[in-house]
Structure formats: C-alpha cells, structure tokens
Design a protein around this ligand. Structure first.
Ligand code: ADP
Length: 724
C-alpha cells in the first residue's frame, strides 16, 4: 500500500506540474500566474511526499521537511487564488480579511515547519503536526467557504453555478486529502485525495480559461475524454517499451512511441469523444448527429423554402430544440419576415430599426440569456438599455440563441433563433459553434438559391424572348396588312371616289391609331425580351448626350427647356451608342410627359470613383470573366426634371415590366432602359420627391476599368466611336 501511495502521489504531482504549465501556455495574466503557483506548490507537495515514501533516510527526512514546509505554503496560495476568482467589491464582503489573517497565522506556522520539531518527539511533535494540519485545513475550508459565499452573492447565475461547482469539488478533494492523512493514525487508505486534488486543479484550470462553466456536462465530458485518452496513449507507450524494449535503445523507442502517439492522437481523441458523447451525453450526441445530417441535406437544396424546411426539421429531430424560428430579410432591408417556425409563436416580423442595437452587436451568434446576465452586471451601464429593448421585440424568442445568417459579402440576410425552453443555458459554447455552422451553411444556401432563381429567370426570359419573336412575327404581318388596307380605305370608297362619310372616316382613324399602338407595344415587348448588349464600344458619353438632345430639341415644345451640364473631360464608357440613345430618349420623354409638357429637364454628366458594390448590378454581358476592381472610376449621366415627382407606390414598381400610370403607356420604357444599362455593366437609380421633381441617374463603369469588354479591332480607343 505504501508503494501504491508513493507512486500515485508522484503521478499526481507530475500531472499537477503539467496543468500548471498548460495554464501558463494559455495566458500570462495575474490569475494565470497565481494558478500556476498554486498548482506547482501542489505538484511539489505530492512529489516530495512520494519521494519521502520511496527513499531511505537521510533523504527521506529531508523530503519530509519539504512536505511540511509546502503544506504550510499551500493554503496561502489557495487563499490568494480563490480571492482573485471573484474580486471583492466592498471591504465588508465575505472573506475580505482572509488573506491578511492567513499571512499572520502563516508566519509562525512556517517557523514551526522549518524548526526541527520532530526531534523533540512525543507530545510536542504531535502538537506541532496537529497545529500545522489544523492550520492548513482550517484555512483551506475558510477559503472555500468564502469563495462559495461570494459566489452566492453574484448576480449572475452562470457565475453562481460555476463557483458552487468549484467549491463542491474543492471541498471533496480537501476532505479526501484529510482522509489521506489519517494514515498517521494507523489507517492506511488508498490516496483518493491526491487524485481528487488533481481533478480539482483540472476543473479550476478549465473554469479560469473558459467564460462559462454552467455546462458541467461538457466539463465532465472533457475530463472523461482526457482520462480515456491518457490511458490509451499510456497503453501504447507501455506496449512499445515492454515488447520492443529489447532494441536496447531507449531513445529510439521513445521517438517511435512519439511518432505513433502523434499519428494516433487525433483519430483516437475523435473516437473517444464520439463514444463518450454517445454513451454519457446522449443529448449532445443527438444534436451533433442531427446537425451533420442537416448540413448534408442543406448542401443539396436550391430552393429557399426547401432550405427552411430542412433546417427546421433537422433541428426538431435533434430533440434539443423546443422553439426555432427562421427570419429572412425583406427586399428593401427594412425588416426580417418570419418564414418558418416551430414552438412558441414567434413574432411575424422584426423591424430592422427596432432591432438595430441588438443586430449591431451580433457577430456569428449571441445567447440572449448571456445578454440578460451581462445587463444585470453592476457595471453594465446605460449602453445595455437599448440592446435589451431591442431584445424585447423578439417576444417568445427572448431566451434563445440568435444566429446570424450572412450572405456573400457578409451582409445579414437572415436570422436563426434556437431555444430549448425546458432548461436554462441550454446550449454549451461548443454546441453554439455547431449551430453557427448551420447558420453559415444557410447563408450559402440562400446565395445559391438566389443564383438559381436568377438562372431560372434568365431561362424564363429566354423562352419568353423566342416566344415573343415568334408572336411578333405572327402579329406584325397581319397588322401591316390591316394598316395598309385601312389607309387604302381612307383614300377610296367602293365606287372609286374619296369617302366623305364622317363616321367611316372616324372609324378608319381609330383603326389606324390602334394598329400603330399595337405595333409599338409589340416592338417594345420584342425589345424587352431580346438581349440588350448590342455592340458596346468605348463611347464619348458627352457626344452621345448632345446628339440625343439635338433630336429631342427638334421634337419638343417651346415650353420645355432642355439644359445640358456636361463635365469635361469625361472618361469613356463602354456601351452601344444606339442603346444609350434609346435610354436617354426614354428618360427625357418620360420627364417631359411627367411635367405635362411644361418645365425644365437637366441632363448632366460627371465622373467619380466609387466602390463597385455601390453601383454594379450584374457583370457586363460579353464579359470574359474579369470584373472591374473594387473601387472603380464611373461615369454618371443624370436626367432631372421639375415634374411632380413619383409617389412611393409607383416608385416601388417603376422598373417592373408593363407597369404604367399612363393611358397610352406600355410600361416597358424603364424596364428596357434598366436592362440595357445593366447589360453594359452599370445601374440605374432614381431619386424622387413628390412635388419637387425626379432624377434618374445612370452609372456606367469607365472604359479603362472594363478592359474585359471586347473592343472591335477596327475601332481604336481614341478614334470617334461608331454612331457618333
Ligand atoms: P411608360 O412610360 O410606358 O408608362 P415607363 O416604364 O417608361 O413606361 O414608366 C413607367 C412609369 O413610371 C410611368 O408610367 C410613370 O408613372 C413613371 N415615371 C417614369 N418617369 C417619370 C418621371 N420622370 N416623373 C414621374 N413619373 C415617372
């Protein structure tokens, strides 16, 4: 038994050293140093006990003395360390005077420990030893009690749980260590105290380096995995040394073992973790396996409805989630709409404005319970008030974990809220990280579904285009015939003389007018359905604007003033001249119509540098794959009128094909203009205020930045472009 005791304490001493070292490797703040000092003291204490047991006199008595000195030092470190775990706010807080008392009592005890008291023999030795052990356990008990009491005073439930747990394990370790020392009463128990003390050190180290220790499961899991791993690796080591030991070369053996251990470490750790989680922590295992399955299925979804179903069903299957809600941001970014949920009825919509303080703090995820605790802390301050108000908007989801679903450029496109209402702090940090991977994959799935939608739309438009071309052909020919016949009828009557009947004349006029209109609509529709890239060349934009205005000037009434404000010099922009003219004519004609033929239209050009994301809507067609750089030179052409402006309702549908407010309108002008500009790699924006006019701004990338657009070899960049 004596031998087992010596070996176990040596073993525990070495582990305590390793724990001290690992703490210093994790950080060098004062808490880390204090812990390392305490742990090293424990390590020396056990090593010296063990050596005293293994060696013979006089070395034995030297280690006995070292053990006694270390015994006296141990509670001093413990008192300071426990003190630093929950700093005291007031001098009257429990245990505030403990470090001072410990120091006062410690000095005479140290004197006893270094004095040759054992030589006095008999009652004096027993008294000295009794005094030292009373001092040690009295002080340790006081330190643990004050730690517990201070923990109980903490407003944070997480801290309370953590301290309770620490104090309980500490008390257990201390009680068994005390039992170890009843040895001197003649009872020799196995040294369970030493093993428990090491467990306590491990738990303490974890609790100091982790923000939360409410999750006891996780901690015990880690402990079990580490122990199992240690046994497995030790087994490998033992096997090597025993069976290949006859190599006679210890160093070579050690290298071999190290290689085997390195190779096996990760797979073994994974294997142990999976098995231990499956047997001991079923819930965690269920969540993990559901998430793996969920992510596998997510990778194959293209439709966003299907994605939402997969996520909700997957989380529900884990049996760890009682409430789950998925929100997606609406088109204009004003809020998030509920698109799927299970559990307690969550709000149908979250307004961006109301949620802003909360969303600004949201990185990948946020536990709303942690947030509430943070707000309870005495130094939380005013800043938390708006965040808490924003959290109120979440209604029944108030205690959930909020996960950010982010799109391509990290913008927030959705929210995933997950809660288990049956327990507090339902998800451990590791589990939250697991859920974060789900949210991240949702972001990818949303981006993919948008690309898929665009592709579907493109295919739909292509089908529409070819159908329109066929239809136009079928409609245009008879239309031409009807118009020709009507014109002929207008000129002649059946007896060969011109008709004078006013009713016939009126009806013929209507036929001609309506065929013209139908022709226009069919032509516009054909225009919209066909691709608009045309033949883009690096174009002198000012020149193109002047030519368009020349044509417009000849058509407009005197009550309309067309003003030009052209910036010189202006970089060229790559676009088909005919197409740009079509866009300009359309914008100016719209402006004139909006002003009821009376007012001023200002056409201005300018250039500036702008971030690509601020203006680009789609890559230029015919682009060989190179996009303009992030911050690029752009050319802007604006058409501003002094008309009545556009109402919010109309503004929303402005670019929607066939949307018109005019009796004779086709509603295709702006849709075609937008698609022409987008095909040239630019965008078109509108600013309008009711009562004070409207301004359309076309933004095109300057030619130098769109080198990828093929320029016909016959046109040198400096030569006047075709169509000028
Ligand atoms: P259409 O001119 O055939 O109606 P458009 O697509 O060109 O089709 O325009 C759609 C609608 O946008 C118009 O019906 C009009 O209500 C509105 N609109 C366009 N330009 C202006 C403007 N400058 N001022 C006010 N409303 C405008």
């Amino acid at each position: 038994m004596e031998d087992l005791r010596a070996r176990t304490t040596l073993f525990c001493g070495v582990i305590a050293f390793a724990i001290a070292l690992s703490m210093l490797l994790r950080g060098r703040r004062s808490a880390h140093w204090l812990f390392a000092a305490f742990s090293t003291c424990v390590a020396f204490w056990y090593v010296s006990q063990s050596l005293a047991g293994l060696l013979e006199d006089p070395a034995r008595s030297r280690f006995d003395r070292a053990t006694t000195v270390l015994t006296v030092l141990l509670p001093q470190f413990a008192v300071h360390l426990f003190h630093s775990i929950t700093p005291l706010e007031t001098p009257s807080a429990p245990g505030a005077r403990l470090p001072k008392i410990a120091a006062i009592v410690g000095i005479p005890m140290l004197a006893v420990a270094v004095s040759p008291f054992e030589r006095a023999g008999g009652p004096i030795k027993a008294l000295a030893l009794g005094g030292v052990y009373l001092y040690v356990f009295g002080l340790l008990a006081a330190a643990l009690t004050s730690l517990w009491r201070r923990g109980e005073k903490s407003p944070s439930r997480a801290i309370r749980d953590r301290i309770r747990f620490l104090a309980a394990v500490g008390a257990l370790a201390m009680t068994f260590t005390l039992a170890d020392f009843v040895a001197f009463l003649g009872v020799n128990l196995p040294p369970i105290g030493a093993v428990l003390a090491v467990v306590f050190l491990f738990v303490l180290a974890e609790s100091l380096t982790r923000p939360r220790l409410a999750d006891l499961y996780e901690l015990s899991g880690r402990l079990l995995v580490s122990t199992a791993l240690a046994f497995a690796l030790a087994g490998i080591f033992y096997g090597f040394i025993t069976y290949i030991g006859r190599f006679g070369e210890m160093y070579l053996n050690a290298v071999l073992v190290a290689i085997v251990v390195l190779v096996l470490f990760e797979p073994l750790e994974h294997e142990f973790e999976t098995r231990i989680n499956r047997f001991f922590f079923r819930e965690r295992y269920d969540l993990e396996s559901s998430v793996v399955e969920l992510r596998r299925r997510l990778a194959h979804t293209l439709e966003s409805e299907e994605m939402i179903e997969v996520v909700i069903a997957g989380l529900e299957r884990s049996r760890r989630v009682t409430t789950c809600a998925v929100y997606l941001r609406d088109q204009d970014g004003n809020g998030f709409d509920l698109v799927g949920a299970i559990g307690a009825a969550p709000p149908n919509r979250l307004e961006s404005l109301a949620m802003r303080p909360l969303l600004e703090r949201l990185g990948l995820s946020m536990s709303l319970e942690d947030l509430a605790r943070e707000a309870e802390a005495p130094n939380a301050g005013e800043t938390m008030a708006p965040v808490l108000t924003a959290a109120e908007a979440l209604g029944t989801l108030k205690s959930s974990v909020l996960l950010a679903v982010r799109g391509d450029s990290e913008e927030l496109v959705g929210l995933l809220c997950v809660a288990d209402d049956r327990v507090k702090d339902a998800f451990t940090p590791e589990e939250v990280t697991l859920l974060e991977t789900v949210a991240a994959q949702m972001g990818v799935a949303i981006a993919n579904s948008r690309i898929y939608d665009r592709m579907k739309e493109r295919d739909r438009l292509a089908a529409l285009g070819s159908m329109a071309a066929g239809l136009a052909h079928e409609v245009k020919n008879p239309l031409g015939a009807i118009k020709g016949a009507a014109q002929l009828l207008e000129e002649v009557t059946t007896d060969g003389a011109p008709t004078n009947d006013p009713t016939v004349k009126e009806f013929l006029g209507i036929i001609l007018e309506e065929t013209d209109r139908l022709n226009r609509v069919v032509g516009s529709f054909l225009d919209y359905a066909r691709p608009h890239a045309g033949n883009p060349v690096p174009l002198d934009i000012n020149g193109a604007v002047r030519r368009s205005v020349q044509i417009l000037n000849s058509q407009k009434s005197d009550d309309v003033e067309l003003r030009l404000e052209l910036a010189e010099p202006l970089p060229r922009a790559s676009i088909d001249p005919e197409k740009l003219r079509q866009v300009l004519m359309n914008l100016v004609q719209n402006a004139i119509q909006a002003m009821n033929g009376r007012g001023r239209v200002t056409i201005a050009t300018s250039s500036r540098r702008a971030p690509r994301s601020a203006w680009i809507t789609s890559p230029p067609s015919g682009n060989s794959g190179r996009l303009p750089p992030d911050d690029a030179e752009v050319v802007e052409i604006s058409v501003a009128d002094t008309g009545p402006g556009i109402s919010q309702k109309v503004l929303k549908n402005l670019f929607v094909p066939f949307f018109t407010t005019k009796e004779q309108g086709t509603g295709l002008g702006l849709a075609i203009s937008q698609s022409i500009v987008q095909n040239a790699g630019g965008s078109i924006q509108v600013q309008s205020q009711q009562g004070s006019g409207t301004k359309f701004t076309i933004t095109l990338p300057a030619s130098d930045d769109v080198l990828a657009t093929p320029v016909p070899t016959s046109i040198a960049p400096s030569a006047a472009p075709a169509g000028e």
